[in-house]
Design a protein around this ligand. Structure first.
Ligand SMILES: Nc1nc2c(ncn2[C@@H]2O[C@H](COP(=O)(O)OP(=O)(O)OP(=O)(O)O)[C@@H](O)[C@H]2O)c(=O)[nH]1
Ligand SMILES: [Mg+2]
Length: 290
């Protein structure tokens, strides 16, 4: 991994074998799929789009699901929904933690209607098949569970579907396919790399935790100082990010023998608390075109 904090370039080559296999398996089932539900993280909706998907899923109906909206800034999420709408892309915000199942089902239903109507008008039934895909850890499986859970239908592997791809029937006209998280072979944009590392979508060893933790401190200091001060009981924010980290160590009692700050523990804690939404609701990026 080449890491150069002074430029906007980096080079993450983390594309484990199971992703190559999953992508190959997926491409074999493409002709069965009517709708693609691409799950992205509402806190970083642009960084969590997989650029490999759009050429792969050409001709399919697309719905972008901005999941984990319970942890994002709601005003920023609303701007992203508008942003996608302006590009002619159907997008819906969602939270598998506080699910509004009807909202998501209505959105899928609207897109599915256009696909089913030819069959329904001839008195035939048609099962609409939607692939749930996205980068790792964005909540694909959690979303499927929320949709499946209240319907109490059986989960089963269909013949012809490989072990890693799994069809789940939801209600009377829809089947969803859960799929393994997929990245793309080379992540070259530094900001994208940082964001998806923060979201927990790439292997922890790829980007150093200290850089990521200091990045979170920097972002909060600039955009949400109140959240930082409240969560870590800081009466003021020091000049540098490292000093703030030290104050967090003091406030949380993260001191090692000899009175030194336990930076590593505080960094891991910060990342864990960010990933679980404990610091508060905020987003990592705003809509932009480039
Ligand atoms: N707060 C919050 N957490 C969520 C939400 N959706 C999923 N999670 C959590 O995010 C983590 C990942 O969820 P999964 O459903 O396993 O994600 P996935 O996209 O299927 O991940 P892979 O299968 O590894 O690609 C879990 O800890 C979930 O509990 C959400 O909307 N809000
Ligand atoms: Mg999953």
């Amino acid at each position: 991994m080449a890491y150069d904090s002074s430029s906007n370039k980096m080079n993450i080559n983390w594309y484990p074998g199971h992703m190559t296999k999953a992508k190959r398996d997926l491409s074999k089932h493409l002709n069965m799929i009517d709708i693609v539900l691409e799950v992205i993280d509402a806190r970083a909706p642009l960084s969590s789009v997989n650029p490999d998907f759009s050429p792969m899923f050409q001709g399919k109906k697309l719905i972008m699901v901005l999941n984990k909206a319970d942890m994002a800034d709601p005003a920023v999420t609303a701007r992203f929904i508008e942003y996608f709408k302006n590009k002619g892309i159907t997008a819906v915000s969602y939270s598998a933690k506080q699910p509004d199942r009807k909202k998501l089902m209505d959105c899928i239903g609207k897109v599915a209607e256009g696909i089913r109507e030819r069959y329904v008008s001839r008195g035939m039934s048609y099962t609409v098949r939607a692939l749930v895909c996205g980068i790792p850890n964005v909540g694909k499986s959690a979303i499927i569970n929320t949709l499946y859970g209240s319907k109490k239908v059986t989960v089963a592997n269909r013949p012809g579907v490989t072990r890693d791809l799994r069809w789940i029937r939801i209600g009377d006209y829809l089947e969803l396919m859960d799929s393994p998280g997929l990245l793309w072979p080379k992540i070259t944009n530094r900001q994208t790399g940082i964001n998806i590392a923060l979201l927990g979508s790439i292997n922890e060893q790829i980007l150093p935790e200290d850089d990521l933790a200091l990045y979170i401190i920097d972002l909060l200091k600039k955009d949400h100082p109140g959240l930082l001060m409240e969560r870590y009981r800081l009466s003021s924010l020091k000049e540098t990010n490292v000093e703030i980290l030290e104050d967090i160590c003091s406030s949380r009692g993260m001191i090692i023998r000899g009175g030194e700050f336990d930076y590593e523990r505080a960094e891991s804690m910060l990342l864990e608390e960010f990933r679980n939404g404990k610091i508060g609701r905020f987003s990592l990026e705003e809509p932009h075109d480039d």
